[in-house]
Design a protein around this ligand. Structure first.
Ligand SMILES: Cc1cc2nc3c(=O)[nH]c(=O)nc-3n(C[C@H](O)[C@H](O)[C@H](O)COP(=O)(O)OP(=O)(O)OC[C@H]3O[C@@H](n4cnc5c(N)ncnc54)[C@H](O)[C@@H]3O)c2cc1C
Length: 441
């Protein structure tokens, strides 16, 4: 049985390694040739590659389960695992580039796994059934094709349901820095680093590896002046206007340009037809090819690895029956992945309403982020939201806390805002800075 995995991103590599370790022969095809030694890895086609990433605890658990020694390799390369008091991993602090370099290194040594460089033009069909892929005009035959081509992958688009989609409503700029003294970072308030909610936008310092960190400012994209944040001088002035972020960049040098991003969607793709049969027998999508969620929450790789683990288990149980596996995998995704997609659609919609000036709507079901935030006022909620926060429980686990969280907001309490300009003030600051006027700090 030959399995072709299209895409050597986190999902494709993780899936391929886990399958090969179970004795399957796997060919991984990616258009990206991989890093050239220690030179900067220019990863075209994965727009988020140099953007801020943080990895949630379940990513560590999945690596430990499927890639023995993988976490040690990451830590040896400079990543840090943040653990809760009970020892549970809650975050892996590491740049995306380092994460992928380590996965690639493991994959390149994995018995039964072959990696080749090439652009997959399309899936080869025999009737409705996938029987391989076409790479630069050459047919590569396969008993099973796994589509791990990510959010930008076009390979199997058009051969299945379009799926569900809703805008994340987030425009952002991000820039990486390196601390001058790697032991002396700025303030932190959580596992990923420093997360600040300001009036009408978010600002985050993501702590990475080897003294590196990213500063990301996210807004709803409606104020055209905030587009100026992509200019280094404007970005610097904006970051300096937020006191806790200023402490971070005071101690560091930028190592990338300011990278802008926008137009992302929460999306979910079902893989069976209305009769419950695989849309394309022999082709199974996994990772971002199935579901994307707003990057603000950093859930993408966790959801991708969980899918990969479920798929690999199903395939291992029924190696010669990809049709049944596809049906079972789709059902698993519907139960374990789609709820997160729906959760993000709800949270993003309500966040946009609040960023536009609306108050928390006490007549409607609270979005999960507000149920979690209510624990800031009602300490008895803290332990109860932890399972959701760690993604050990589905969003529906928070339903039982709705009334208590609503009571918190009915009392008039609101999540505290960090010191710094409001969104309107930030827009003004950007405009002034861009025209060379003195910026009041
Ligand atoms: C701005 C941003 C920030 C994010 N931050 C976080 C975060 O902090 N934490 C988190 O967990 N998640 C985050 N995510 C989500 C995370 O990046 C994705 O979940 C993750 O990349 C999914 O991995 P993947 O392997 O499925 O897809 P990808 O990473 O997109 O990899 C797909 C691979 O397929 C290859 N490919 C595509 N088409 C073809 C083809 N036709 N032929 C050959 N090769 C092909 C590509 O070259 C690529 O290597 C973020 C996303 C964005 C956009």
């Amino acid at each position: 049985m030959t399995t072709v995995v299209v895409g050597a991103g986190p999902t494709g590599l993780f899936t391929a390694i886990a399958l090969a370790r179970r004795g399957h022969d796997v060919l991984v095809i990616d258009r990206d040739p991989g890093p050239a030694g220690n030179l900067t890895w220019r990863r075209r086609g994965v727009m988020q590659f140099a953007h801020a990433h943080t990895f949630r605890g379940p990513v560590v658990d999945a690596l430990q389960a499927e890639i023995p020694g993988g976490v040690d390799l990451l830590v040896g390369a400079g990543a840090t695992v943040v653990r809760a008091d009970d020892g549970t991993a809650v975050a892996l602090r590491c740049r995306r580039e380092l994460f992928e370099r380590v996965l690639r290194a493991v994959a390149s040594r994995q018995h039964r796994l072959t990696m080749v460089t090439g652009h997959v033009d399309r899936v080869v069909l025999d009737g409705h059934r996938a029987v391989g892929v076409r790479v630069h005009g050459t047919r590569v035959s396969a008993d099973l094709v796994i589509d791990a081509s990510g959010r930008a992958g076009r390979m199997s688009r058009g051969v299945g349901h379009v799926g569900e989609s809703a805008p994340c409503g987030a425009a952002y700029v991000t820039r990486q820095y390196r601390l001058r003294d790697v032991t002396a970072g700025g303030p932190v308030n959580g596992p990923i680093g420093l997360s600040l909610s300001l009036s009408g936008y978010f600002a985050v310092a993501f702590v990475h590896d080897n003294g590196t960190f990213s500063i990301t400012i996210t807004h709803d994209g409606t104020d055209p002046r905030l587009r100026l944040l992509r200019h280094a001088a404007v970005h610097e002035a904006a970051v300096r206007a937020i006191p806790m972020l200023a402490e971070w960049i005071d101690r560091a040098e930028p190592i990338t340009p300011v990278l802008p991003g926008a137009g992302l969607h929460n999306s979910y793709r079902q893989q069976v037809d209305d009769n419950g049969r695989p849309m394309v027998p022999g082709l199974i999508a996994v990772g971002d090819s199935v579901c994307t969620t707003t990057p603000l929450a950093g859930r993408g790789v966790t959801l991708a690895f969980r899918q990969a683990q479920a798929l690999v288990e199903l395939l291992h149980r029924r190696p010669r029956d990809p049709v049944t596996v596809a049906v079972q995998f789709d059902a698993w995704c519907r139960d374990h992945v789609r709820p997160w997609f729906l959760d993000h659609v709800h949270c993003d919609g309500e966040r946009l309403r609040r960023w536009a000036g609306g108050d928390i709507d006490l007549r409607r079901r609270l979005p999960s982020d507000l149920v979690v935030a209510a624990a800031g006022a009602d300490a008895s909620l803290r332990a109860e939201v932890a399972a959701y926060e760690r993604m050990q429980a589905l969003p529906s686990d928070l339903d039982r806390l709705q009334q208590r969280a609503l009571a918190v907001y009915a009392s008039g309490w609101r999540p505290p805002l960090a010191a710094g300009p409001t969104r309107a003030e930030l827009g003004e600051l950007c405009a002034q800075c861009a025209t060379g006027q003195p910026v009041p700090l």
